[in-house]
Write a protein that binds this ligand. Sequence first.
Ligand SMILES: Cc1cc2nc3c(=O)[nH]c(=O)nc-3n(C[C@H](O)[C@H](O)[C@H](O)COP(=O)(O)OP(=O)(O)OC[C@H]3O[C@@H](n4cnc5c(N)ncnc54)[C@H](O)[C@@H]3O)c2cc1C
Length: 392
Amino acid sequence: MKVDLFNPTDEHKQLREMVRSFAEREVEPQAAEHDREEKFNAPLFRKLGDLGLLGITAYERFGGSEMDSVAAVIAHEELAAVDPGFTLAYLAHSMLFVNNVNFNGNDAQRAKYLPPACSGQAICGMCMSEPGAGTDVLGMATTARKDGDHYVLDGAKMWITNGAVSKTELGDTFLVYARMHGAGRSELSSFLVEKGTPGFSLGQKIEDKLGMRASMTAELVFEGCRVPAENLVGTEGSAMLHMMRNLEIERLTLAAMSLGIARRSIEIMNDYARDRKSFGEPLNRFGQIQRHIAESYAEYMAGRSYVYQVAGHLDLDEPGHRLDSDGVKLYCATMGKNVADRAIQVLGGYGYVGEYRVERLWRDAKLLEIGGGTLEAHHKNMTRDLARTDKL
Ligand SMILES: Cc1cc2nc3c(=O)[nH]c(=O)nc-3n(C[C@H](O)[C@H](O)[C@H](O)COP(=O)(O)OP(=O)(O)OC[C@H]3O[C@@H](n4cnc5c(N)ncnc54)[C@H](O)[C@@H]3O)c2cc1C
C-alpha cells in the first residue's frame, strides 16, 4: 500500500477534506474584509466548534475530538491557506489554551473550562509575553502571591492573541504565567483567569499590525487580581515544564500555518504564470519565473515533509521534541515568507494589491518569524540541544 505522509490515516484524509472545503466555502470569502478592517470574526470562529476543531486535541470526555498532532497540523495548514489571521486566533485558542489545559490541568479544571472552549462559547488565549520580556521568558515581571484561598496577580501581559474580541471587549478565559517568590525556572506558575475577575482588565487593543489583522492582539492588565486557589494549574513552580511541553505543539502548528501560506502562494503564482503573457509568451516560459516557481515548490515540499515527519512522532503528553519543533518553525517560517515574496514578484504589480491575496499572505507570513519564538530563539535552543548530541 502507498504511504501518504501527509494523510497517514483515513481519519486524517477526511479531516483534511472537511477543513479544506469549510475553509474555501466560508473562511476565504471573508478574509480580505476582516484583514482590511482589523476585525475578528467571532461567529465564524464559533463554527469551528461545531466542526470539532476548537478542541481538536482535547479529551472527548471534556468536549474535545481527541485527535493527534498530525490532525492539528492538517487543520492549521488548511485554514492558513485561506486566512492566516483567522488561523492565528484559532491556534491561540485551541493549542495555547485548550491543549495546554487538557494536558497540564486537573479534571476539575478540564470539566469547568474545556467544554465551553471546545464548543466556541468561550474565546480563550495564553499570556506569556510582557511589555519588557518576550524571548527572555525568565525575565517576566508579573507576580503571584498566595493570600488565603486566593492567589493575587500583579503585572501586565503584552501581545496576547484573543486578549480582546473587539475594540473594547476582553476575551473570556486565559492561561496566565506569573512568577512566585523569586527568580528562576522553578518559580513560574500558571493560573486560569476569567473575564470578570476583580483586578483583570483590557489594557490596550493593539492596532495597525503589519499582518495577522483578523486576529485581535491586546495588552492585558492584572492589578491585585484575585484568582481562586483552585485555578492554579499543576503545582506552584511547575509552569516551566507545562510551557515547554506546550511550546512544541505551538511551534509545530505555527510551522503548519507557513505551509498553508506557501501552498496558496504557489497555486496563485503557478496559475498566473500560465495565463499571463509577456513578449507573446506565457510567463512560465521564462527561466527566471521558472526558478521562482520550481524553487518555491521544492522548498515547500521539503518543509512539508519535515513538519509531517515531526508531527508523526510528537506525543502531545510528553515533552522531548524541542530540537525539531524549533527546527520546523525555523525552516518553514522563512520558507513561507520567501514563497509569498516570490509570488508577489511573479505577479508584478498585480501581486502588490489585495485582490490577488499574495500581499496579505506575505504580511501574515512575517509574524511566523517572530511569534511563538523568534528565529533567533530557535537558533539558540537548537544549538544548545545539538551541543548535547554527538551523532545525529
Ligand atoms: C501578532 C502577535 C501575536 C502574539 N501572540 C502572543 C500570545 O498569544 N501570547 C503570548 O504570550 N505572546 C504572544 N506574542 C508575543 C511573541 O511571542 C513575542 O513577540 C516574541 O516571543 C518575541 O518577544 P519580544 O517581542 O518581546 O521581542 P524580544 O524578546 O525583545 O526580542 C527582540 C529581538 O531581539 C532578539 N533577541 C532577544 N534575545 C536574544 C538573544 N539572547 N540572542 C539573540 N537575539 C535575541 C529577538 O530574536 C528579536 O529579534 C505575539 C506577538 C505578536 C506580534
